[in-house]
Ligand binder design. Structure first.
Ligand code: PMP
Length: 462
C-alpha cells in the first residue's frame, strides 16, 4: 500500500472516507491522522518511515509486540487450512474448540465455558444476553438490572456504552439505556472527599453498592460489572479490600459479579487474569478481548461459570440460547489466540511483567516532581499520568485546553506514543518492553510535559 500511496494521498483518502472512532470532525479535517504502516516489537513506523516507541501497546492490546513472523505463519496456515466454518449449533472448528478448552484451563475457579465474540464490546453485549437468559431460566424474571461504575469503560455498542460510565462518552447527541443500568461511584481515592481516610472511603464505596442494590431491589439486580483496574477511566486501582468487599455484597444479594478483563488479562497485570491472582476473587464471568490475540486478530470472549452453565443447559428443558455471531469462534482469530498464548507461555512474559512492572511504576512515579503532574498511578504495565492545574487543590485545566492531547502531540514529535484522555495520559506498553525502553518512555514523556508547561506559560495559562 504505502509504496503506491504517498502520505499526502493517504491523508486525503483517509479524511474523505474513514470515519475514525472518537473523531472531532473539524479538528480531524484540519490535522488528519498519522498513517501507521509497520510495526515491530514495541515500535511502530509511519508512512514516511519515522519510528515511534508505542507506549500504548496499540490500544492496550499488543501484549506480545508487533511483527512476529510466528503469528503471521499461524494466521496464514489457518487461512489456508480453513478460513471459516459455521459455528452454529452442530458444527465447530478445531482452533475454537482448543481455545475454549485452553481458556477454561487458564481461567480461575469454575469458569469453564466460553462464549466467543468479535471483540470486547460484543463480549459485553453477549454477557448481558447470557445473564438475562440465565436469570429467566432460573425463574428470576425481574432480575434484569445492572450496576456499574462512573468512569468505567465497557465498549461502544449501544448496550456496552450504556453500561460504561464515562461522562465524556455520554454526550447529548447520543441516547443511552438508563432504565435498567445504575452507575455508582468510581473507586478513585485520589478524587475522594478531602480528608477522608482510605478505609473510610472504602466503606463509603461498599455502602453505596449495597444501598443501590437495596434501592433497586435485590430481586431486580442481575449483575455488577467491574473492570479490576479501570482502564480508559484513568488506570484506577481501587482501594485495598474493594474487590473482596464488592464481591461479598454481590454474593449476599444473589447478584452476578462480572469482571471486565478486556484490558487486565493476558499478562497486563502479570497474570492470565487479574480477578483471582491479583485481587483474590472468583467472579461468575470474565470478559476478555485485546491481549487474547495481542491485536493480531479481532476476538473477544465471555468465560463463565459451571453454575451459570448448569442452569441454562439443564437437561429436559430443550432450551435454545438464541444468540451468536457468524464469526463466533472464528478459526483464524482462535488460531491467533492459541499461538499468542503459546508465546506468552514460552517466553514467560507474565513473569517478566511481574519483574519489570514495579520498575515501570517506580520510574513513572518520578514524573510527580513536575508542576502539572498531580498523580502517577497504576499497576504493573498499566499507568496513568493525571495532569492538573494546581497540585494542591487538584483542580483541572479547562477541558478545551486538551492538556493530555498537547502532551501526547509533543511526545509524538519526540518519537513516543502516549494516549491522551482529556487531562490524562495513559500507557500500556507491550509486555516485551525492556528496561532501557522504559527509561526512554519516562525521559521522553518528561520532556513532552516540560514542553507543554512552556507552552502553557507562553499562552498565559500558568
Ligand atoms: N471493556 C474494556 C474494559 C475496554 O477497555 C474495552 C476497550 N477499550 C472494551 C470493553 C471494548 O472492547 P472493544 O473495543 O474490543 O470492543
Amino acid at each position: 500500500m504505502s509504496s503506491r500511496y504517498d502520505t499526502a494521498e493517504l491523508n486525503r483518502l483517509d479524511k474523505q472516507h474513514f470515519t475514525h472512532p472518537w473523531t472531532i470532525f473539524d479538528v480531524f479535517q484540519e490535522q488528519g491522522a498519522l498513517p501507521i504502516s509497520r510495526g515491530d516489537g514495541c515500535y511502530i513506523e509511519d508512512s514516511n518511515g519515522r519510528r515511534y516507541l508505542d507506549a500504548v501497546g496499540g490500544l492496550w492490546c499488543t501484549n506480545i509486540g508487533l511483527g512476529r513472523s510466528e503469528m503471521a505463519d499461524a494466521i496464514a496456515e489457518q487461512c489456508r487450512k480453513l478460513a471459516f466454518a459455521n459455528p452454529f449449533v452442530d458444527m465447530t472448528n478445531v482452533p475454537a474448540t482448543l481455545l475454549a478448552a485452553k481458556l477454561a484451563e487458564l481461567a480461575p475457579g469454575d469458569l469453564n465455558h466460553v462464549l466467543f465474540s468479535c471483540g470486547g464490546s460484543t463480549a459485553v453485549d453477549s454477557s448481558y444476553r447470557l445473564i438475562q437468559f440465565y436469570q429467566n431460566c432460573r425463574g428470576k424474571h425481574t432480575k434484569k438490572h445492572v450496576i456499574s461504575r462512573k468512569n468505567s469503560y465497557h465498549g461502544s455498542t449501544y448496550l456496552s456504552m450504556s453500561i460504561g460510565g464515562k461522562a465524556g462518552d455520554h454526550p447529548p447527541e447520543f441516547d443511552f439505556i438508563s432504565d435498567f443500568i445504575h452507575h455508582i461511584s468510581c473507586p478513585n481515592y485520589y478524587r475522594a472527599p478531602a480528608g477522608m481516610a482510605e478505609p473510610e472511603y472504602l466503606q463509603f464505596l461498599l455502602d453505596e453498592l449495597e444501598q443501590t442494590i437495596l434501592r433497586v431491589g435485590p430481586d431486580n439486580v442481575a449483575a455488577f460489572y467491574a473492570e479490576p483496574v479501570l482502564g480508559a477511566g484513568g488506570v484506577i486501582v481501587p482501594p485495598a479490600g474493594y474487590h473482596q468487599g464488592t464481591f461479598d455484597i454481590c454474593r449476599k444479594y444473589d447478584v452476578l459479579y462480572i469482571s471486565d478483563e478486556v484490558v487486565t488479562a493476558f499478562g497486563r497485570l502479570g497474570h492470565w487474569f487479574a480477578s483471582k491472582d491479583v485481587f483474590g476473587i472468583e467472579p461468575d464471568m470474565i470478559i476478555t478481548a485485546k491481549g487474547l490475540t495481542s491485536g493480531y486478530q479481532p476476538l473477544g470472549a465471555c468465560i463463565y461459570s459451571d453454575r451459570i452453565h448448569q442452569v441454562i443447559s439443564e437437561p429436559g428443558h430443550g432450551r435454545c440460547f438464541a444468540h451468536g455471531f457468524t464469526y463466533s469462534g472464528h478459526p483464524v482469530a482462535c488460531a491467533a489466540a492459541l499461538k499468542n498464548i503459546e508465546i506468552l507461555q514460552r517466553e514467560q512474559l507474565l513473569n517478566r511483567v511481574q519483574q519489570l512492572g514495579p520498575y515501570f511504576q517506580q520510574q513513572m512515579k518520578t514524573l510527580e516532581d513536575l508542576p502539572i503532574v498531580g498523580q502517577v498511578r497504576g499497576m504493573q504495565l498499566m499507568v496513568c499520568v493525571e495532569n492538573v492545574r494546581c497540585k494542591k487543590t487538584k483542580a483541572l485545566f479547562p477541558e478545551e485546553l486538551d492538556i493530555g492531547k498537547r502532551i501526547a502531540d509533543h511526545a509524538e514529535t519526540l518519537g513516543l506514543i502516549v494516549r491522551p484522555i482529556v487531562h490524562l495520559n495513559v500507557m500500556s506498553p507491550p509486555l516485551t518492553i525492556s528496561r532501557s525502553q522504559i527509561d526512554d518512555i519516562v525521559a521522553t514523556l518528561r520532556k513532552a510535559i516540560e514542553l507543554t508547561i512552556n507552552d502553557l506559560y507562553a499562552e498565559g495559562h500558568l
